[in-house]
Design a protein. Structure first.
Length: 330
């Protein structure tokens, strides 16, 4: 039998798609909520079977870079953990990291892509530009990884190999912060290793990053605190205009990170943390599910969540009219 994540029978309904007062689709998955003290206060579905965190692994990868002798602060730290939309401002930050490493765009190991931001993509086409690695949403992470390799005299070739010193460092950070050894390792969409861990472990690790103290005697937690501050102070860099992570961070002061295939992590200002996976891989409802879980835990205000929901483009359209919505049912 091929190993995998939790099954349909171990999932619960997390969100629905409603059209004209009729529930058209249902999103099932699993989720966990941790109290500020790190206790599991709510578990929905299976939170013990491993999942691939996808881009929710980026905070761990960024911390690994930042504890390898590379100083990243502010926007530079934010772009290192971003799933950015390829605007000119995002690209400038990635180029800045590459310039610090004295490396060309061609050194990036992520695949070529077009900006996901429609304005940036239209400008690229209008100016006769082509798909480039720097526009790929993970290019900030890759540039930071390359900078770490240069700073430590690690080989640039093979920097995405799980046996490379950088990737071994990432794995060590994941294990130290989550308290769990990954059940499997595969290749993420951007070419970097991705490690399978449980939702419970993912939530623990993200909570340790997002509640770390800048005064900690341990560099791991000082750098984690710097990353968290950078994300909350530069939400535009983490996603982009109209992106769910950016909206949630700007409006509620949370730490938010979306991952492909329906994964999401979020920490409220008081430290309450949630991690979830929508089993069918859809990410359209993940942000509102996470916000609703944190609101139900009393860590953010219901009224603000309701207001933010209107900004998350969750409308179901009938022609040019809004005829329904995607809504959390947790």
């Amino acid at each position: 039998m091929v190993p995998g994540t939790f099954s349909v029978s171990d999932a619960v309904e997390l969100a629905v798609v409603e059209r004209g007062g009729f529930i058209e689709s249902r999103h099932a998955g699993s989720a966990v909520v941790l109290s500020p003290e790190g206790e599991v206060v709510r578990a929905l579905g299976d939170i013990r079977t491993p999942v691939f965190p996808r881009s929710c692994l980026k905070p761990f990868q960024a911390v690994a870079v930042m504890t390898s002798g590379v100083t990243l602060r502010g926007e530079d730290a934010a772009i290192a953990t971003a799933s950015h939309s390829g605007t000119a401002a995002h690209v400038a930050l990635v180029r800045g990291l590459l310039d610090r490493a004295a490396l060309p765009v061609s050194a990036l190991g992520c695949p070529p892509a077009s900006p996901s931001d429609h304005v940036a993509r239209d400008d690229l086409i209008r100016n006769g530009g082509a798909r480039e690695r720097i526009y790929m949403n993970c290019s900030g992470k890759h540039a930071a990884m390359l900078l770490s390799c240069v700073a430590n005299d690690w080989p640039l070739d093979g920097y995405l190999d799980p046996e490379h010193p950088l990737q071994k460092r990432v794995l060590d950070v994941v294990e130290r912060l989550t308290g769990e050894r990954p059940a499997a390792t595969a290749v993420d969409g951007c070419g970097a290793p991705v490690h399978a861990i449980s939702l419970g472990a993912l939530a623990r690790g993200i909570q340790k990053i997002t509640t770390a103290a800048s005064s900690s005697p341990f560099a791991l937690f000082r750098e984690a605190a710097a990353l968290t501050e950078a994300v909350r102070e530069n939400p535009w860099a983490v996603g982009g205009p109209g992106q769910p992570d950016t909206i949630a961070i700007e409006r509620l002061g949370v730490f938010a990170k979306v991952g492909a295939e329906g994964v999401m992590v979020m920490t409220a200002p008081d430290g309450t943390t949630t991690a979830l996976k929508v089993l069918d891989g859809s990410s359209r409802a993940t942000t509102i599910i996470a916000l609703r879980l944190l609101a139900d835990a009393g860590s953010i205000e219901d009224a603000v969540v309701e207001a933010v929901q209107t900004e998350l483009d969750l409308w179901v359209m009938g022609g040019e009219r809004r005829v329904g919505t995607v809504r959390a049912t947790v």
